[in-house]
Write a protein that binds this ligand. Structure first.
Ligand SMILES: [Zn+2]
Length: 397
């Protein structure tokens, strides 16, 4: 039986296309990528301004896939722009290449992790779930609050409640944690995500100090952050991984926080651009500038609210404005989420909302700490698929 199946499948293996996974190279432009892959450059030049700009936000190390036929023809390329949108290049029956921006089809699972400390929270979470992102999130959440090295003992339990995205049965992208608790010497340390997206302790006090300020005075937001938006007139998917501030040409642009300049220069899409790396691991980006503060160079140290440049309309821009981006590593995040004011406690309606969130999470914490059922690690599936051109749905390959 086994042998028969093998014989029947053999021709498929011999003549089938195969998938080559690859990672997006740091600093590679879309044009260089097309050139290197011997694909028509018109794929880039036929894009509109917004799509061209979007290609400059492809995160380095993004997990891409190339489907190649046995005759070495590239049949499909998938390049994720973020965790919701991807660029699909495909070879049509008319023997030409086309390109579109399509959604990444994924499922969100609500998950609970219960585990006990055997070495350190990071290692134990990684061992139980296989997710470095989840482990790192936990450590970041409790940093400055619990001294893991000093206080923690083997057997101390921890619980995390989170949403995890799956693509073809495999976790991808950052998990969204709604709450976590760790119990040390019988004392509980819990954190709850409020509806503003920030974590608070039992009392509703936020201890993660927010570091960043608006990079422009008297700011007026003209366009918000979105990882995926469908344009009803153009019938296309769009992403805008930053915030636009409308302002007159020449308006001073200020550093959002203390840091070191990691880029001063020009790109086709973003025009005159500055990037600043901050000690927290964030990188801020200021685009379409008219000019830079004289003397500013890679390696310059800047303090919060230092003048760094001037609002302009360079690059692919429809008028003077500041495009302001914020990244954790290569991943764009909503800048507004790290510019919220520090809250000392909630009052009124806001307090009631927080109490409701807290008691819902506490019920889950209680149950998990009581039942102590260790999480079983999920199956790993191959990260390989072909996207159906019409439904956008992945097909196992
Ligand atoms: Zn923008």
């Amino acid at each position: 039986m086994g042998r028969l199946v093998w014989l029947l499948l053999l021709p498929i293996f011999l003549f089938a296309s195969h998938v080559q996974p690859f990672k997006w190279k740091d600093g590679e432009s879309f044009l260089t990528f097309l050139e290197r892959s011997k694909l028509p450059l018109s794929l880039y030049y036929n894009m509109d301004d917004d799509d061209q700009k979007m290609t400059e936000d492809i995160p380095y190390n993004a997990k891409c896939q190339m489907l190649v036929s046995s005759k070495k023809t590239i049949e499909q390329i998938l390049i994720p722009v973020n965790d919701e949108l991807q660029i699909q290049i495909y070879y049509t029956t008319k023997k030409r290449y086309e390109m579109q921006v399509i959604p990444i089809v994924s499922e969100i699972h609500k998950e609970i992790l219960y585990t006990q400390i055997t070495s350190a929270p990071y290692d134990d979470i990684l061992r139980s779930t296989g997710s470095k992102n989840l482990a790192a999130t936990f450590v970041k959440m409790f940093k400055g609050r619990v001294n893991f090295k000093k206080d923690l003992k083997n057997g101390d339990p921890l619980v995390m409640i989170y949403d995890q995205k799956y693509r073809l049965g495999k976790p991808f992208s950052m998990p969204e944690v709604s709450g976590a608790v760790i119990q040390i010497a019988g004392k509980r340390y819990a954190l709850y995500r409020h509806k503003d997206g920030n974590f608070y302790d039992e009392k509703g006090a936020q201890f993660e100090k927010l570091l960043f300020m608006t990079p422009i005075r008297n700011a007026r937001i003209t366009s918000f952050f979105t990882k995926r938006r469908y344009h009803p007139v153009l019938h296309r998917y769009r992403a805008h991984v930053g915030v636009d501030y409308g302002a007159r040409s020449g308006t001073p642009v200020l550093s959002t926080g203390e840091g070191k300049v990691s880029f001063v220069g020009t790109s086709r899409g973003y025009g005159n651009t500055i990037k600043i790396h901050h000690a927290s691991g964030h990188t801020s980006l200021y685009a379409h500038l008219k000019g830079f503060k004289s003397g500013l160079h890679v390696g310059s140290s800047v303090k919060q609210s230092d003048l760094i440049g001037y609002v302009g309309s360079t690059g692919l821009s429809s008028g003077p404005h500041l495009h302001f981006g914020m990244y954790v590593g290569a991943t764009p995040i909503d800048p507004i989420s790290v510019m919220t004011k520090k809250t000392e406690g909630f009052s009124g309606k806001e307090h009631n909302t927080f109490v409701a969130i807290r008691s819902k999470l506490d019920k889950i914490f209680d149950k998990e700490l009581l039942t102590k059922s260790l999480k079983r690690r999920g199956n790993d599936f191959p990260d390989v698929y072909y996207v159906d051109k019409d439904s956008f749905k992945p097909k196992m390959f």
